[in-house]
Design a binder for this molecule. Structure first.
Ligand SMILES: NC(=O)c1ccc[n+]([C@@H]2O[C@H](COP(=O)([O-])OP(=O)(O)OC[C@H]3O[C@@H](n4cnc5c(N)ncnc54)[C@H](OP(=O)(O)O)[C@@H]3O)[C@@H](O)[C@H]2O)c1
Length: 335
């Protein structure tokens, strides 16, 4: 019987143990559409699953992890897809409750699948993945809320991370003046190269504790951090400013309603999990292949061979990861 390579997390005595294994098709979770995986990526959610942080992965039986997948349909029992279709799957239960992207094959429900949009390769799709979808949803919501480049600068926090770097690039591509806020002093040149007009050191930005900064510099902000950072961003927004909240690095916050009320600030919650309905998901993927397509994939995305997956996970906990890490799962997948 044919076997293929997979990276699974087992829970042994309550602790996660990750292994590369040879599996048969019958050993991965069933689904009507069989996809040969070309590329995946690493997100913070994948690192959590592999290291048992936050208990986001099933523990009753092993799970192939990997929440982002691009690949080619091998067989389909669902009429919406056929052999040879190029497709993308991100999130739903992939890689946490249902065997995911870190294997040569995945079997998934048709309802989770997005056709690869025109303008993107399978490699570029994983340069985007969940992080790109998050950044694109934030830009889309800014636009719907009426934020335009002429309103003033837009801040992006956690700017060197996956969501942050793609958002910097997408916003700059749409003509916004982007101010990157980052804890990584050594990534200033990178952030400018992908579209930031200025880079602020996170610690410096956090120093001023006033509830209403007297000359607020930002018309908009995308917060990939949360917690105290969101409080500081609210205080730094101009009247009618918009803040898109995506990150949960910090969850709890103490703040004041003063900027929200006195400066009429809009808070836009960003969620690309299953709550993001399929028509909206497809529309955003199409935008990522056209007007929101990052101009600097090569600077933002770093490909790694499948064999390097385990070693690379820990950079996400050390906050040393920069941009997007694309995993070359399918050995014959062209970039
Ligand atoms: N809302 C959604 O649907 C959705 C979807 C995907 C991800 N997310 C969330 O969005 C956030 C970013 O995701 P990602 O994939 O971009 O993660 P990532 O690549 O790990 O980037 C996170 C960035 O946040 C900054 N950061 C990390 N720890 C920090 C800390 N303790 N205090 C302040 N800043 C810190 C760092 O940027 P700097 O060093 O440049 O400051 C880091 O690179 C995560 O919280 C993730 O859970 C949300």
């Amino acid at each position: 019987m044919e076997t293929f390579k997979a990276f699974r997390v087992h829970t042994i005595d309550g602790k996660p143990v990750c292994k590369f294994e040879q599996l048969t098709m019958e050993q991965i979770d069933p689904g009507p559409v069989v996809i040969r995986t070309a590329f995946s990526a690493i997100t913070y959610k994948d690192a959590m699953a592999a290291r048992g942080v936050g208990k986001n992965v099933r523990t009753d039986r092993p799970c192939v992890t990997g929440v982002d997948l691009s690949g080619v349909v091998v067989t389909s029992e669902d009429e919406r897809f056929k052999e040879g279709d190029q497709v993308v799957v991100t999130n739903y239960q992939l890689g946490t409750q249902h065997d995911g992207a870190y294997a040569d094959y995945a079997r998934v429900p048709a309802e989770w699948i997005v056709p690869l949009p025109p303008g993107l390769s399978l490699y570029e799709a994983m340069g985007l993945g969940t992080s790109g979808l998050t950044a694109a949803l934030a830009v889309d919501r800014f636009e719907k809320a009426g934020l335009t480049p002429s309103d003033g600068p837009v801040a992006v926090t956690g700017a060197s991370g996956g969501v942050g770097s793609l958002a910097v690039n997408m916003l700059a591509g749409k003509g916004y003046e982007v101010v990157a806020i980052s804890g990584k002093a050594d990534q200033t040149e990178f952030l400018k190269a992908i579209g930031a007009s200025r880079v602020l050191a996170r610690d410096e930005f956090m120093k001023d504790k006033s509830p209403l900064v007297s000359s607020p510099p930002f018309a908009g902000a995308l917060d990939n951090v949360g917690g105290a950072m969101l409080d500081r961003l609210a205080a730094n927004l101009m009247p009618h400013g918009k803040v898109a909240v995506a990150g949960m690095v910090g969850v709890e916050m103490t703040t004041t309603v003063l900027p929200l009320v006195l400066r009429s600030i809009d808070i836009l919650g960003i969620n690309v999990s299953r709550q993001l309905k399929m028509p909206e998901r497809r529309r955003l993927w199409e935008r990522m292949g056209s007007d929101l397509k990052p101009r600097d994939f090569d600077k933002i995305c770093r490909p790694i061979p499948f064999s390097e997956l385990d070693n690379t996970m820990d950079s996400f906990f050390k906050v040393s990861s920069v941009g997007r890490v694309v995993v070359e799962v399918g050995s014959k997948a062209p970039r």
